[in-house]
Each structure stands twice: as C-alpha cells, then as structure tokens.
Design a protein around this ligand. Sequence first.
Ligand SMILES: [Mn+2]
Length: 214
Amino acid sequence: MAECGASTLVDWAVAARPIPGESLSGDQCVVEVTGTETLLAVVDGLGHGPEAAAAASAAVAVLRENPAEPVEALLVLCHAALAGTRGAAITIASISATTGSMSWLGVGNVEAALFRSSPSGNSPGGSSRAASPDMALLVGGIVGHQLPTLRPHAVDLRVGDLLLMATDGIARSFTQDVPIGAAPARLADGILENLARPTDDALILAARYRKDGS
Ligand SMILES: [Mn+2]
C-alpha cells in the first residue's frame, strides 16, 4: 500500500518496492514541507541492492536537511555527498507556497510528468483520462560522478494539477491513460502494481497541488 501524506500545498502518495529478491531499495524519495517550500524528489541509486540503497540514502539525507534550497543547489549538494558512492539519478520539484510556482529538473532518467487541471481549477472526475503531460527536463549525467549544467524550468501550478515522478523501474507508459482525478494513493498503487518492471527497483510518487485551504 502507498505511503501517503498531505501538506497545505500537496496531497501525495508514494508506492515502491525493491527488485524481487532484495530487501533494500535503491529507489527512494523525499517529501519535505517548510514554511515556504514543498520539496518532492525521487532518487534512483545506480543498479540495485545495498550499494544502490547507500547512494540513494546519501542523497535523501542531503535533501531532508536542506528542503528550502533551490533545485540546482540541491543537486550540487547531492553531487558532493554522493562522491565515492555508485551515484544516482535524481529528479527534484520544488513548489513555492507564496507564488505557486514549481521549479523542476532531473539529472539522469527519473521521469516526472505534470498533468494540468482544467483552467477553472477544477480537477476532472475520476474517470477522466489525461491529455499529454508536461515532462520535466532531464539532463544526462550521474549525480556523484558527472554533473551537467543545471538550469531548472519553472511552471505556475493550478489547483488540481497532478505530478507523477517515476524511476526507470516503472514502465515508461506510466504517463498514458492516467485517471488524473483519482486519489494519489490509488494512482501510485495502481501504477506500481501494473507497470513495475521485474528487473529493477521501482518507485512512483504522485502529488496533487491543492493550495492552502482548498
Ligand atoms: Mn532503476
């Protein structure tokens, strides 16, 4: 079952499992809420097993300790912390509570997809299927070994927008036929159950932007 949470900005859920046969996962995530920012990050330590988990845990520690830092600064901090580890693919989204703007960027192949709600701000009903999402910019590299030039993109969120972030242990088709009105926990559980690859750790994070009081 998905692990869930809610803040003033987002309702979120994460569903994950290690590759069959391992007890530790190299796929890990962070959701941290401060007074000004909500940080959502997904980390895929290279390979799988204990060494992948150690690399991912090093990144998670940095992200938890610095949740209000800008996305590019977080990736630089992770890069330093992951030297000597296997390295990781990391995608980060940071949502400002004051502006409703999301800054997002990935190094490596952790995909992130943003499904926009209708302009009125009402999320479509649970049976609605989404049009094509906006995808996070992913730049080649390995955090801890080779860090590319970092230029996060920004997007102004609308109430009801849905963010999905998935490691490559989830089939790339996870952005297709998404019932975007469904609860994040249902979305995450459904995607993990149907689209997790047997050959890798797998993690899916779903978050809906709700804004304070909505
Ligand atoms: Mn992977």
